[in-house]
Design a protein around this ligand. Structure first.
Ligand code: PMP
Ligand code: GLN
Length: 383
């Protein structure tokens, strides 16, 4: 068989999770909470899963009552005109399906897609599967902030799309309104589209608001904006997300979505539609995650890890050079940490197409306090 992705192995998240299981390690590698969704959401699902008449296919774009709830939430949260539930909102099988379907919908063979690296591992392969060419623009230490001159230099007549991810996985960096202005200026006389992955929209810290691409009227016109209920409601296993985009772009997305999954689990959508209007469930998230971030950072003091700032998201990047063996790669260090110290992490080179290694690993701090304490205790044993 001639592979379409011959150079791609199993996702680093599966690899490290398996290694964690084999080694009895605490899994701070794959990004998922070790606590449950809010009880109201679990109760709502239990109710809808046993309601007659709610167990068949949902409408292809998503349940209308869920899309209406998403529309109202978006207007409330970002002070923007409510996206039209009928023509601008599509419910997808996680942000993952939305990413894949958007790329499949708009990338033609030979089209270039700008990817700011380090980047979530799905982006490059999904672009290449469409015959697209990922054009990587490096984000670099210390703050992993985009250099818009470098982005400008990467734009060519073949550029079809730029991928944004704010807050960023793995770096935690967040885009500011100045960034959006700079990008808008770059794209003004082009037909380059924007795919904005905002799955960590509720995890922005230190009193800063999350800046959404939806708030920039010029970019909004050319953007697909994604979120994930998996992140917002501690329910990564539910695999429900959504995409907001102008009607013409939504039409193209749905052309693909209808043939990828057709529609998303019906009782799950009903349960989400019940809770999305409850603002308290997401208003509390920045403080909830900031507390975890601060605790984890405090616990790692004195371990030898040098911690990078975390303005958003639920990952902590750490430089491990002081703890490394001679010439130890981040992959080798992550394996050693998992197998010897019993704490699984992700080597950050996994987020670079060329394996760029800055001596960094990624910890997920979306964990109960007891888990963070136990992990820190183990990390202190590493010398
Ligand atoms: N984008 C980013 C940046 C992510 O971190 C994740 C989840 N880890 C996804 C997309 C996928 O989201 P979902 O689980 O809703 O498919
Ligand atoms: N997004 C999660 C992470 O970055 C993992 C998702 C997955 O396992 N595919 O760890």
């Amino acid at each position: 068989l001639r592979s379409k992705l011959p150079d791609v192995g199993t996702s680093i998240f599966s690899v490290m999770t398996q290694l964690a299981q084999e080694s009895g390690a605490i899994n701070l590698a794959q990004g998922f909470p070790d606590y449950d969704p809010p009880q109201v959401l679990l109760d709502a699902l239990a109710c809808h899963v046993s309601t007659s008449g709610q167990q068949q296919y949902a409408p292809m774009p998503g349940l209308l009552r869920l899309r209406e709830a998403i529309s109202a939430k978006t207007a409330h949260l970002y002070h923007v005109p409510a996206p039209d539930a009928a023509t601008e909102i599509t419910v997808t099988s996680g942000a993952t399906e939305a990413l894949y379907a958007v790329l499949a919908a708009v990338v033609h063979p030979g089209d270039e897609v700008l990817v700011l690296e380090p980047a979530y591992d799905l982006y490059g392969p999904a672009i290449r599967l469409q015959g697209g060419v990922p054009m990587y623009v490096p984000l670099r230490l210390p703050d992993f902030h985009p250099d818009w001159d470098q982005v400008a230099a990467a734009i060519t007549p073949r550029t079809r799309l730029i991928l944004l991810n704010t807050p960023n996985n793995p770096t935690g960096a967040v885009l500011t309104s100045t960034d959006f202005d700079a990008l808008a200026e770059l794209l003004r006389n082009t037909d380059v589209l924007v795919l904005s992955d905002e799955v960590y929209e509720h995890m922005v810290f230190d009193g800063e608001p999350h800046r959404s691409t939806l708030q920039h009227p010029e970019l909004r016109e050319r953007a697909f904006v994604l979120s994930s209920f998996g992140k917002t409601y501690h329910a990564t296993g539910w695999k429900v997300g959504y995409c907001i985009a102008p009607p013409a772009l939504t039409t193209e997305l749905r052309r693909v979505h209808q043939f990828v999954t057709f529609s998303v689990s019906t009782p799950t959508q009903h349960a989400l539609a019940d809770v999305v209007p409850t603002t308290a469930l997401y208003d509390s998230l920045p403080a909830f995650y900031q507390q975890k971030r601060d605790l984890f950072r405090e616990l790692l003091t004195g371990t030898g890890f040098e911690l990078l700032p975390v303005p958003g998201g639920y990952f902590q990047l750490a430089n491990f050079r002081a703890l490394a063996q001679a010439n130890e790669s981040d992959v080798a260090f992550a394996r050693r940490l998992t197998q010897q110290a019993g704490v699984a992490v992700v080597p950050v080179s996994a987020f670079y197409h060329n394996g760029h290694d800055d001596g960094l690993v990624r910890f997920c701090f979306a964990k109960r306090e007891a888990t963070l304490h136990a992990a820190a205790e183990r990390l202190r044993t590493l010398t």
